[in-house]
Ligand binder design. Sequence first.
Ligand SMILES: O=P(O)(O)OC[C@H]1O[C@](O)(CO)[C@@H](O)[C@@H]1O
Length: 581
Amino acid sequence: MHSASYDKYPEVRVSGFDHQAWQGWHAIKQAVRERLSRAGKTVLVIDCYPGVQLDELHSQLITPLNPDLIINAETARLSEQHLHDLLAHNLTDDRVFGVLSCHELTEFFCADKLAQAQSEVKNASGLVVIYGPGAALIHAGDVLVYADLARWEIQQRFRRGELGNWGANNESEDILRRYKRAFFIEWRVFDRHKTPLLKRADFLLDTNNPAQPAMVSGEALRHGLQQTTQQPFRVVPFFDPGVWGGQWMKDKFDLDPSKPNYAWCFDCVPEENSLLLRFGDVRIEIPSQDLVLLYPRPLLGERVHARFGAEFPIRFDFLDTIGGQNLSFQVHPITEYIQQHFGMHYTQDESYYLLEAEPSAEVYLGTKTGIDPQEMLEDLASAQRGEKAFDDEKFVNRFPARKHDHFLIPAGTVHCSGSGAMVLEISATPYIFTFKLWDWGRLGLDGLPRPVHLEHGEQVIDWQRDTQWVTEHLVNHFEPIAEGDGWREERTGLHEREFIETRRHWFTQPVTHHTHGGVNVLNLVEGAEALVESPSGAFEPFVVHYAETFIIPAAVGEYRISPYGSGKDQQLATMKAWVRG
Ligand SMILES: O=P(O)(O)OC[C@H]1O[C@](O)(CO)[C@@H](O)[C@@H]1O
């Protein structure tokens, strides 16, 4: 079927820098060696994202360079207990939710030990190598290498029990707690530390596959990222099984059949996806967040950057329950709650666009008109204590869900997708702030109950979102906007409390779009293939396939989407999202 061509490894091809990228330790060593001037003293700094395998780096790259002095920056780090005490407020006792950190990386180091390392470097001669996370705090480096690692790879290392949090010997701690510490603290702090380094790094080292590392010059990297902000592109989707996961994606996207199911596909959460840049024969994988951190203005546009900073605010992902089960019955925090409790500045507003649906598919949305909120909370609490099942029939609305329906879910609305649905979630980026209210009495994939957060949930449920309100405001609000030769445009959402605008275009002929100075995110929700082109030839034509999500940077301006290849004789449809002005 058409979706078999869904590309799981989309790349941005960068031209003109083929000779500035290297594959394998041997070629990498050569390239670094050539950059090091042996006349007098040279300081090579290899700063790293937490999770990079330092032993490998030491044995494969540093030792062979025969340095006169080697300093591992980690030796200047605070002790595990000291770090833990410093972070206690951000870590919290909860398994899932922490408080976002505003720490600077220097706070995680012992000032005396940093000073001592600095004086060792000062007194040394010949080649000095300083490596590890935070290495650049000791010296700016005559040559700077940044060793990077993608978030999804970090999570795989967590799951395999190979990796603990930075500065903690906790490889075997509950995965939720390790993820929490990374999400709320490490990744924030290290992204802040990394940004100025990437702006001046001589090399970026891709350490995602320790046995097959790749490296690119800083100049080529920055050129590649700048190029990416001028053309349509995709980030690398990742797929994850879950207790409620289904079989649709496994089949349609040709995924590993040995997995029991796939619940999620994240294909536009740049904070956690990877970006693949190709330089000749070498493919470099970096966190796509690097693009957001380095070039937020051409990528997001002035208005979006001014409002969100270097954060990509729109999230597209899939939730597959075809052959699966209901998601947890849940609610997301309202804005002041997420700000006051977790330090996020905007909240998890969502929507469900139905890519496919079985005849029985339903979406749970809002409470039934006339229910007693207290009674529902007591019912949930008693279900949580294991005394009975939650009586969803009594308290919650269920709407039939059909292919191409769109349900809007402003924060505070109780909801979940039922089984039998293939949902394209078009939402604000925060995505772990789910207060589960009821998990249908089942256990998670690890055999343990998944964490339920009734005490948070009851504080944010908007009880006015009853049958009538939800039907009027949140279910299939399609409004014709414009039409032309072979195309028509409809507004489908989101709700006025949500900052994202969504438009659907049905087309058999080319449609002209414009970013109007703000990033656009699209998905081809109907039809096999389409071509995205620049009317002025500013970027190479870009082919998209059914169900692929693609990003059009703000700087692109005008672009045209046309039926293409096997999509030529079909009616196609795109869903487009942008941040309202
Ligand atoms: O809590 P559950 O049942 O896994 O629900 C799925 C959750 O996954 C997400 O879609 C993405 O994390 C959330 O928006 C949603 O709350």
